[in-house]
Design a protein around this ligand. Structure first.
Ligand code: HEC
Length: 240
């Protein structure tokens, strides 16, 4: 073995290491909020609307809906616009870029959620703490593609605050908020949601009834979630 080429590759490794450390320090300096450790905060379970199956955050029910409704929207990170090279519309595309496996605090996709000003993602509409916690927990568990999870869902539980609002926040508000008014509909407050209950459009759209645009775009809520919303509406759609 030629010792001079051995030394040279050692120097290359060292230089690469220094470069990586310098870059990660630079990137870290953009963070404005301390990172939360979702496991420490909530006994290892992401907060609502998180679904955990066999100890893993369910990608299909907890993570994909956040990306679909808040990131993969026209003009942002859908397959057409893929801003900054990020397409965030399905599992393979989401894990392609900006994730440091098992390390949310080193993952650009998570860190941008805490930015302020122009770099904030989603722009002008920060995710809820529960959504951020779910994404952190999913990355910390090495971002598994968990699907068909047996999420616990109780059709007899349907208060607005604990059940309905988190579903809407996770699956709808990204496309139905003042800065992004899909179909000119805003679902970001109780009274605005109630208006879509009263005109029949909410139930028509989530049940994919004929004559309504099926919602959420490109997917469907679980049967249990649809039943929870139906039960809530039958009971008067209160702000409870
Ligand atoms: C990816 C973006 C996106 C998501 C996510 C989304 N919507 Fe929509 N929604 C739209 C757009 C765009 C329109 C208007 C165009 C259309 O009707 O397809 C719309 C239309 C609607 C309408 C009017 C339907 C009609 O027939 O008049 C309702 C009600 C609605 N959405 C509710 C919801 C609810 C409830 C959710 C969550 C369960 C949701 N949306 C999730 C983009 C979205």
């Amino acid at each position: 073995m030629n010792s001079s080429s051995g030394n040279f590759s050692n120097i290359k490794i060292l230089a690469t290491l220094i470069f990586v450390i310098a870059v990660s320090l630079l990137v870290d300096s953009c963070v404005h909020e301390p990172f939360i450790d979702p496991f420490a905060l909530n006994n290892g379970e992401p907060t609502t609307p998180g679904c955990v199956s066999n100890g893993l955050v369910c990608f299909e029910s907890s993570i994909l809906p956040i990306f679909n409704s808040s990131c993969a929207i026209p003009g942002c990170h859908n397959s057409k616009s893929h801003k900054e090279g990020y397409t965030l519309d399905n599992y393979n595309n989401i894990i392609r870029k900006g994730i440091s496996p098992g390390n949310s605090s080193n993952s650009k996709l998570y860190k941008v959620l805490f930015e302020t000003g122009e770099s904030q993602m989603p722009p002008g509409a920060p995710l809820s703490k529960a959504q951020k916690d779910s994404i952190a927990a999913w990355i910390n568990q090495v971002q598994k593609n968990t699907v068909n999870c047996n999420c616990s869902c109780d059709t007899t539980a349907f208060t607005y605050t604990a059940i309905i609002q988190p579903i809407i926040a996770n699956q709808c508000v990204g496309c139905h908020k003042p800065s992004s008014l899909g179909g000119n509909i805003d679902l970001s407050t109780y009274s605005l949601v109630k208006a879509q209950v009263s005109n029949g459009k909410l139930i028509g759209s989530i049940t994919h009834a004929v004559g309504y645009s099926p919602m959420p775009q490109g997917s469907k809520l679980s049967d249990c979630q649809i039943t929870q919303i139906k039960n809530w509406i039958s009971a008067g759609a209160a702000n409870n």
